[in-house]
Ligand binder design. Structure first.
Ligand code: ADP
Length: 277
């Protein structure tokens, strides 16, 4: 590859696509910004734990912007393997060339790398993270015959949802113990309503009514619901209402109906919506 001075910024900045153009709005809930900044100063990898749709991804985007770092995000899924994160050989007209996977790209050039829902990925991915997540800060790219030493700006962030294991296993102690953890949860009603009002473009009163509904659905976990309505779902309800649906229809469509297909729970959720609006 090219080893000299940059030819031009646009053609040689391998992280150009991963820079944030503007500040992502993030409403702090506790001490998470100070906690992240301390982890950043020590270059420690960070584990974000919490239910889906509670602001983990938005938080990482906000921190990347604050720290002026590119953010390479990977949405983990059940087919995602260590090889996908590391990279692969591509065959083209001129022969074969190596292409870094997202993790190698971030480690080589110095980005934040965010592996969203790490537990969804195949088990070999967590093993790949080990040397990168401890003092070695190295990524073995076996297929490339390279031990990649991470750029000083590189930092690893992963998220997972402890309440939802699904088919997947727990995080192994050898993995967890390499990370510092920041716990996330749905914020206090006033704070959550402020987020919904801002993100969904609705007034404070409607936002608060949506939050109260969410709190009721979260109690249905005791009846077997996997997870109650997230902040994300409330934002969706607000957006549907803004797009012209009456609130009740908006809340059914964005909250009650997506949450469950269970013959007992689905009617309970609709009843909660009808009682709220
Ligand atoms: P997660 O990554 O935890 O699944 P997200 O970060 O994608 O969730 O949050 C889902 C949506 O909820 C965001 O797009 C945003 O609209 C809203 N949201 C949740 N929490 C916050 C927060 N603290 N500040 C700003 N927006 C938030």
């Amino acid at each position: 590859g090219h080893r000299g001075p940059p030819l031009s910024v646009s053609s040689t900045d391998p992280l150009a696509d991963w820079r944030l153009a503007e500040e992502p709005f993030y409403q702090p809930v506790g001490e998470e910004i100070a906690g992240f900044e301390a982890a950043r100063a020590a270059r420690l990898p960070v584990l974000l734990k919490g239910p889906t749709g509670c602001g983990k991804t938005r938080f990482v985007e906000h921190m990347a912007w604050r720290l002026k770092l590119p953010l390479v995000t990977v949405a983990c899924h059940e087919d995602l393997s260590a090889g996908d994160l590391a990279g692969r050989w591509l065959l083209d007209g001129e022969g074969t060339r190596w292409m870094d996977g997202p993790l190698a790209l971030a480690a080589r050039h110095g980005a934040l790398c965010y592996l969203d829902e790490l537990m969804e990925a195949r088990a070999d991915t967590t093993v790949l993270l080990h040397p990168l997540a401890d003092t070695r800060r190295a990524l073995p790219l076996e297929r490339h015959g390279e031990l990649l030493h991470a750029h000083p700006d590189f930092q690893l962030v992963v998220s997972y949802n402890p309440g939802y294991q699904g088919l997947h296993r727990e995080l192994k102690p050898s993995t967890r113990q390499r990370f510092v953890a920041l716990g996330f949860d749905y914020p206090e009603p006033e704070v959550e309503a402020a987020i919904v009002a801002r993100e969904g473009g609705v007034d404070a009163e409607l936002a608060m009514r949506l939050v109260r509904l969410a709190v009721r659905t979260r109690r249905l976990r005791e009846e077997g619901l996997d997870e109650g309505a997230s902040t994300r779902m409330l934002v969706h309800a607000a957006l549907l209402h803004r797009a012209g649906l009456p609130v009740r229809a908006a809340a059914r469509q964005s909250i009650a109906d997506p949450l469950s297909d269970d013959p007992q729970l689905a009617p309970s959720l609709r009843a909660l919506v009808d009682a709220s609006f």
